[in-house]
Design a protein around this ligand. Structure first.
Ligand SMILES: Cc1cc2nc3c(=O)[nH]c(=O)nc-3n(C[C@H](O)[C@H](O)[C@H](O)COP(=O)(O)OP(=O)(O)OC[C@H]3O[C@@H](n4cnc5c(N)ncnc54)[C@H](O)[C@@H]3O)c2cc1C
Length: 491
C-alpha cells in the first residue's frame, strides 16, 4: 500500500486532484457520497430532459484546455465545445432587452448606442481587465497561497494590483460607464464571486475579460460532459471510483491519518485530499484540536450565496429567450441587501434562466424546452415548500409577463432544489451554493489554506479554498492540492 492516496468528493476539484495524483503513479481511491459524480455539477435526467443541476456558464475555456493538456489529451477528445452568440440576453424591463454579442466590435457598437463614447471606454476598461486576467490567472491563481508562497502571493497581489485591491469593482466600473444598464453588464460577472460589487476588489474586473472577450461557451450534451470526461480520464489513469460511499471517520496515527472509513469500507492511505466542503471535513471528521479553523472563524466568513433552483421541462418551444437569460427587471440593490446584509427571502428577486435546449437537441425531447431557473438567496435561510412556491409564482408571473407568453400549463416536469438539498446532498456549510465570497479579506492567501497544520497528510481542495468558487478555479484547486500532496509524499 506504499503509494495509496484517498480523495474525498467527486466534484470538479476532487476529480481534478484525483487525476493529477493518478498521473503521478499513486493508487487513488475517489470516494463520493452520492451515486453520481459531479457534486454541485450533477445531472438530473428525467422524462427525456437532461438538466445540469449546477453550473451552466462555461467560461475561461483555456483553463479546461490546460487541464486536459496536462494529461496529453484535449477537450476535443472528450466533448464538442461551441461558442454562444449572443453570449446572453439581459431583460431590464418588458421593452428593454439587450443581447450581448460575442463579436467585440459589435459589443462596442452596442455600448455606443446606449451611451455615447462608451465603446472607447469599454476598450480602455478591457485593456486593464486583460492585464489583470493574464497576471491574475497566469501568476496568482495557479499559486497555492500556502506555506512560503503566502508571502509571495501577498507581495504579488499588493505589488501588481495595489489600486485594484483596495478599490471596489463598483467604483472601478463607474469610472468608465455611467448608464445603469452598462454598469449592470460590467458588474454582473462579480455575482459569480459571491459578494456585492461594492465589496469585491476591482482586481476581479478580470472576470469581465473572461466574459466579454474570452466568451461564453457550451459543451454539447451539457456541463455533465465535462464531469464524464474527467471521470473517463481518471479511470484511464488507473484510478478507482467508489460512489455511494460517504466518508464518516478517520483513523489517526501520530499526526497522520492512516485509514479513511466510509459507511461501507476502510481505505488505508498515505495522504488524504478533502474535496467535500472544507467546513464539513473539519467539523464533522476532525476532533477540535486537529482543525485549522474554529467555529467562530467560520461564523465570521462571508459565504457566497445559496440558490433556489427550479428544473422545468416544458412541452413547447418558448419564444423570446436565449440560451442564457438574466432577469434584471427588479431592484438589484434591494435583492443584494437581502442576500448580504439582512438575510431574508426577497419579495421580488433577480433571477437567471438557462435554456440549453436553445443550443442542444440532446437535453430535451423534440419540440420541448429545458429550463433551469436560479434565484440567488442568502445562505442559512429558513427553507420550506410554501416559501419556495411563493418565490416560484412571483418568478413565473414575471417570466410570462416579460416574454409575453404563458407556460404554466405546459410545464410537464418540475423539481426544486435549495438550501435543504445543498446540505443533505453535499454536506454544504449553511447550504452555500458557491463556497466563500471573494471579498478583499477572503482573497488569495487569505482563504482557508490547502493544508492541515496539525495533520501532516491531510489536504483540502474545492471552492472554499484557493483559488475560489467556479468550475475553472475548482479544476485549478485540485491541481494545487495534488501538487502539495506530491511534494509531501516525495519528501
Ligand atoms: C447552482 C449553481 C450554479 C453554478 N453556476 C456556475 C457556472 O455557471 N459556472 C461556473 O464556473 N461555476 C458555477 N458554479 C460553481 C461551481 O459549480 C462550483 O464552484 C464547483 O462545482 C465546486 O466544485 P467542488 O469540487 O469544490 O465542490 P462539489 O461540487 O460540492 O464537490 C464536493 C463533493 O464532495 C461530496 N461529499 C461531501 N461530503 C462527502 C463525504 N463525507 N464523503 C464523500 N463525499 C462527500 C459531495 O457529494 C460532492 O460531490 C455553480 C454552482 C452552483 C451550486
Amino acid at each position: 500500500m506504499d503509494k495509496r492516496v484517498t480523495v474525498i468528493g467527486g466534484g470538479f476539484s476532487g476529480l481534478s486532484a484525483a487525476c493529477y495524483l493518478a498521473k503521478e503513479g499513486y493508487r487513488v481511491d475517489l470516494l463520493e457520497k452520492n451515486e453520481q459524480l459531479g457534486g454541485r455539477a450533477r445531472v438530473l435526467a428525467e422524462e427525456g430532459f437532461k438538466f445540469d443541476m449546477g453550473p451552466s456558464w462555461y467560461w475561461m475555456p483555456e483553463v479546461f484546455e490546460n487541464f486536459f493538456s496536462d494529461f496529453s489529451t484535449s477537450v476535443s477528445d472528450y466533448y464538442k465545445l461551441v461558442r454562444l452568440d449572443p453570449s446572453y440576453r439581459v431583460f431590464y424591463s418588458n421593452d428593454e432587452i439587450i443581447d450581448i454579442p460575442a463579436d467585440w466590435e459589435a459589443l462596442k457598437a452596442l455600448f455606443n448606442s446606449i451611451e455615447s463614447g462608451s465603446g472607447a471606454k469599454l476598450e480602455a476598461f478591457m485593456k486593464e481587465a486583460e492585464r489583470k486576467y493574464k497576471l491574475g490567472v497566469g501568476k496568482l491563481v495557479y499559486n497555492s497561497g500556502s506555506s512560503y508562497t503566502d508571502y509571495i502571493s501577498a507581495e504579488l497581489i499588493l505589488g501588481l494590483f495595489q489600486n485594484e485591491v483596495f478599490s471596489s469593482i463598483s467604483k472601478h466600473v463607474r469610472k468608465f460607464v455611467k448608464d445603469p444598464r452598462l454598469v449592470r453588464i460590467l458588474e454582473f460577472p462579480v455575482l459569480f464571486l459571491g459578494a456585492k460589487p461594492e465589496n469585491t476588489p476591482a482586481l476581479y474586473s478580470l472576470m469581465n475579460y473572461a466574459d466579454l472577450k474570452l466568451g461564453t461557451w457550451y459543451p454539447m450534451g451539457g456541463m455533465g460532459k465535462v464531469v464524464e470526461a474527467m471521470r473517463d480520464l481518471f479511470v484511464q489513469l488507473g484510478g478507482e471510483i467508489h460512489t455511494g460511499e460517504e466518508v464518516v471517520r478517520f483513523d489517526f496515527g501520530t499526526k497522520k491519518i492512516n485509514t479513511v472509513e466510509s459507511a461501507k469500507d476502510f481505505y488505508k492511505t498515505k495522504a488524504v485530499v478533502g474535496g467535500a466542503d472544507y467546513h464539513f471535513i473539519e467539523n464533522q471528521l476532525l476532533p477540535d484540536n486537529f482543525r485549522n479553523y474554529s467555529e467562530s472563524y467560520w461564523d465570521s466568513r462571508v459565504l457566497a450565496p445559496s440558490a433556489l433552483l427550479f428544473y422545468l421541462g416544458v412541452n413547447k418551444r418558448i419564444d423570446g429567450i436565449q440560451h442564457h437569460n438574466l432577469f434584471f427587471d427588479a431592484d438589484f440593490s434591494e435583492h443584494a441587501k437581502l442576500i448580504y446584509d439582512t438575510p431574508s427571502w426577497p419579495e421580488n428577486p433577480l433571477f437567471y434562466v438557462s435554456a440549453p435546449s436553445k443550443t442542444d437537441p440532446e437535453v430535451a425531447p423534440e419540440g420541448h424546452e429545458n429550463l433551469t431557473i436560479l434565484v440567488p438567496l442568502a445562505p442559512g435561510l429558513e427553507d420550506n415548500e410554501s416559501l419556495r412556491e411563493k418565490c416560484f409564482e412571483t418568478i413565473l408571473n414575471r417570466f410570462e409577463d416579460i416574454t409575453g407568453q404563458s407556460i404554466r400549463n405546459n410545464i410537464v416536469y418540475r423539481k426544486s432544489f435549495g438550501h435543504r438539498e445543498f446540505i443533505s446532498d453535499y454536506n454544504s456549510f449553511k447550504g452555500n451554493a458557491y463556497g466563500l465570497a471573494n471579498t478583499l479579506k477572503q482573497t488569495g492567501p487569505l482563504k482557508p489554506r490547502l493544508r492541515n497544520k496539525k495533520i501532516r497528510n491531510l489536504f483540502y481542495t474545492g471552492q472554499l479554498t484557493v483559488p475560489g468558487p467556479g468550475v475553472p478555479p475548482s479544476l485549478i484547486s485540485g491541481k494545487l492540492a495534488a501538487d502539495e500532496v506530491n511534494q509531501f509524499l516525495k519528501n
